[in-house]
Design a protein around this ligand. Structure first.
Ligand code: BTN
Length: 327
């Protein structure tokens, strides 16, 4: 979906900071009829925006719904490509599935799919991802980087670094940490999961589908019982409700910046940033892989994002995919 006339109108109202705007002025500026302006305002009202009529001065925007839609997002974005095409859904099975369709249709680099609610949100290792309505950020970004398929795991770490730094830039009451490979925890509980899928030929990536799920405005009661001991939300940790659209814009800003730097300069600085925010390196961990359980000290990640664990007998094992428990 491209920036529409309705989005243009909304942009003007959001920028007016509650001041009235005349219908005629809008019609003149955007070169459409007053009836067209009025129709777009009706559509915005159906979406939850509320306007007051101010005598002789026009309309003023009085209520903005807490939605992460295209019109609002464009106000805050500083990116060139990421988030400049947004496919927004009230409810969808999984934003990853929509992303796969859009990749097939040629969706460009930086296309974002975002939903208020997912009926079948997908986590890593075929798990379900709890995606309650209107409380979180459930989005997938289609990225088409010029990198080889074996570099895809590095890109997952690029994403974790972008999300953690977007959070650090916005929130002052907590310090988020990355748990290998790319969960973001606050005080030991999960706020964010990242799922990277790839569409590739033998030697070339067609697209990465980067799914990001962030618990934002849930209170503890909103999480199903089994998740309450392991999950948290930003609102719980920060101590106040969060405007999700700001966070989405920040994540996309950081992600575009870091991914461009990564493609240009390689993995070195991402590895350093990842280690700076890591809550895993230097800790005793237990890694459960499909084949074995490895316990020891997490000492580093390799250039390929592989976690190195030093076991009690001194042997160092590389972990490619596992569930990690910090002991
Ligand atoms: C994890 O298991 O930690 C990864 C969770 C990823 C969840 C996000 S929400 C948006 C996107 N759509 C999905 O179905 N999953 C990802």
């Amino acid at each position: 979906m491209h920036f529409t006339m309705k989005d243009e109108i909304l942009k003007r109202f959001l920028n007016a900071n509650g001041e009235p705007i005349s219908g005629q002025a809008l019609a003149d500026e955007l070169q459409v009829s007053r009836t067209a302006i009025w129709k777009h305002l009706q559509t915005l009202k159906q979406e939850g925006y509320e306007f007051d009529t101010v005598k002789k001065r026009g309309y003023k925007l009085v209520t903005v719904p807490d939605k992460v839609d295209m019109g609002q997002l464009q106000q805050f974005l500083k990116t060139k490509r990421y988030g400049r095409q947004v496919h927004y859904f009230e409810s969808v099975e999984s934003t990853q599935l929509v992303a796969h369709e859009l990749v097939r249709e040629g969706g460009p680099d930086g296309t974002v799919i975002i939903a208020e609610h997912q009926t079948a949100g997908r986590g890593r290792m075929m798990r379900e991802w709890e995606s309650s309505e209107g409380k979180g950020i459930w989005m997938t970004i289609i990225i088409r980087p010029e990198i080889a398929p074996h570099q895809a795991p590095q890109f997952t770490l690029v994403t974790a670094v972008a999300v953690v730094n977007a959070m650090k830039a916005m929130f002052k009451n907590f310090t988020p940490e990355i748990k290998w490979p790319n969960d973001i925890l606050v005080n030991g509980k999960k706020t964010t999961g990242i799922l990277t899928e790839m569409v590739a030929e033998a030697d070339r990536i067609q697209a990465l589908l980067i799914g990001i799920g962030i618990n934002v405005n849930q209170q503890m009661d909103d999480f199903p019982e089994p998740l309450q001991s392991i999950a948290t939300s930003i609102a719980i940790e920060e101590g106040e409700p969060i405007e999700r659209v700001h966070l989405v814009a920040n994540v996309l800003d950081f992600l575009e910046h870091y991914s461009d730097m990564y493609v240009k300069n390689g993995f070195g600085f991402i590895k350093t940033l990842w280690e700076d925010s890591s809550g895993t390196i230097g800790k005793r961990v237990k890694a459960t892989t499909l084949r074995e359980v490895v316990e020891g000290e997490a000492i580093s990640i390799t250039e390929n994002g592989v976690l190195q664990i030093r076991q009690a007998n001194g042997e160092v094992k590389g972990i490619y995919s596992a569930d990690i428990e910090i002991l």
